[in-house]
Ligand binder design. Structure first.
Ligand SMILES: Nc1ncnc2c1ncn2[C@@H]1O[C@H](COP(=O)(O)OP(=O)(O)OP(=O)(O)O)[C@@H](O)[C@H]1O
Length: 389
């Protein structure tokens, strides 16, 4: 069990209440990098060293003064949300360590610069490799997928049950699972995470996350518990077994939504037909179907029917037998929000769309972007009228 306490360490100098506009009081043991070191590490943020771009800003590969290879994430100047996420990321991830969580080496807060420094993970994200088509050149055998699923489950079980206050990640998805050179998975991107005191059953919060992975009770009512992460994990599990995105606009309508498709094939006792054809039939059918069933258990409509992450780990490894476990229809956000048809229509017309949809008692802003190479649709979801954080 790890307990949190935040304070800037020796390298950080005396803890100040505010750095720039941000309240950093209470943060502990965070290594502060001088901007000059990060500039040298990346050859002045040379485009040749740029390895990615996310909602937060650009990511560069660099070599630190001590020889460590790092991924250096530079917060773009405009983003106000980014500053909050920057601080959350530092607070959450600097205090904990686990083999299935990305490691934060430190950060830079100097003038207007806000930069996060992580260990560099060679094999990119699951979204870009496993779900991104064959161009990554990585073969994901069934054994590799099995190990990846269990690694992610262990990382999430640690966040949920191995630290106090426990942590709800809030954005578990394929692009936030990075792989090291041995294809060990590491959960990344803690910018949306919430620390939840153990005496609280749930917190009511602004809804943020990615459609396709969002648990209905969280999306509709803003009720955040660990079960929302477990729902997202269930969707991710199905993606890893099937090798396809949770939403794929290029498939026939009845196959576009992976969770719905999995339920239909489960009822028909044809789950094995969903397993990734790229495996050329080289997989353990009992294990693969078990994983898909666990995916359905994790996405049950009623949060209390979803197993805890430590139970999920045991189900995946076979320590807990799920053969006779009843499974009912998973919770589908599209049933509430009438999103299905509209999202598909929007995808046809535009690459990036923002629009508003009403569902139950809330209004939502949906920003939709589709990736033409992978056919994956990503919908970023923010509730407009809801309780504040
Ligand atoms: N520690 C790391 N090691 C290697 N590459 C990384 C690392 N962190 C990020 N990247 C690369 O940078 C890209 C952008 O990462 P980032 O976390 O900023 O955004 P994202 O998760 O892809 O998208 P979003 O911010 O919208 O969730 C990743 O897809 C990955 O290719």
């Amino acid at each position: 069990m790890t307990c949190f306490s935040f304070r800037f360490g020796k390298k950080a100098g005396p803890a100040k209440g505010y750095v720039g506009d941000e309240d950093v009081s209470g943060m502990q043991n965070v290594n502060l990098f001088p901007y000059r070191e990060l500039r040298n590490a990346t050859d002045d943020f040379n485009l040749a060293n740029k390895i990615g771009e996310g909602g937060f800003g650009s990511v560069y590969k660099g070599i630190l003064k001590d020889g460590r290879v790092a991924a250096i994430k530079v917060l773009s100047a405009e983003s106000k949300q980014g500053v909050n996420e920057f601080l959350t990321e530092i607070k959450v991830i600097s205090a904990i360590e686990h083999e299935n969580l990305v490691k934060l080496y430190g950060c830079c807060i100097e003038g207007n610069h806000r930069i996060l420094v992580y260990n560099y993970l060679e094999k990119n994200s699951l979204a870009q490799t496993l779900l991104g088509g064959s161009q990554s050149g990585i073969q994901f055998s069934w054994r590799t997928r099995y190990a990846i699923c269990i690694g992610i489950a262990r990382g999430l079980a640690f966040l949920h049950e191995g630290v106090r206050p426990y942590i709800v990640h809030r954005d578990i998805k394929a692009s936030n699972i990075l792989l090291d050179e041995n294809l060990n998975p590491k959960i990344s991107d803690f910018g949306l995470a919430k620390l939840i005191p153990s005496n609280m059953t749930h917190v009511s919060t602004r809804v943020a996350g990615t459609i396709g992975y969002l648990a209905p009770e969280y999306a509709i009512r803003g009720q955040l518990t660990r079960k929302a992460d477990i729902y997202s994990f269930g969707v991710l599990l199905m993606e890893i077994v099937t090798g396809r995105c949770s939403t794929n606009s290029k498939l026939p309508v009845e196959e576009q939504f992976l969770l719905e498709r999995t339920w239909v094939l489960y009822e028909r006792k044809e789950l094995v037909g969903l397993v990734d054809t790229a495996l050329n039939g080289e997989f353990d059918a009992e294990e693969a179907c078990r994983f898909l069933k666990i995916g359905l258990l994790c996405t049950q409509d009623a949060p209390k029917l979803r197993p805890s992450m430590s139970t999920v780990v045991k189900m995946l490894t076979g320590e807990i037998d799920i053969t006779h476990k009843p499974i009912s229809k998973p919770g589908l956000i599209s049933d509430f929000l009438d999103l299905k048809v509209r999202s598909v229509e929007n995808q046809k017309n535009s690459k990036n769309t923002t629009y508003t949809s009403s569902g139950s008692d809330r209004q939502y802003n949906l920003s939709l972007s589709s990736d033409s190479t992978t056919s994956c649709a990503t919908m970023t979801f923010t509730a407009i009228h809801d309780r504040s954080d």
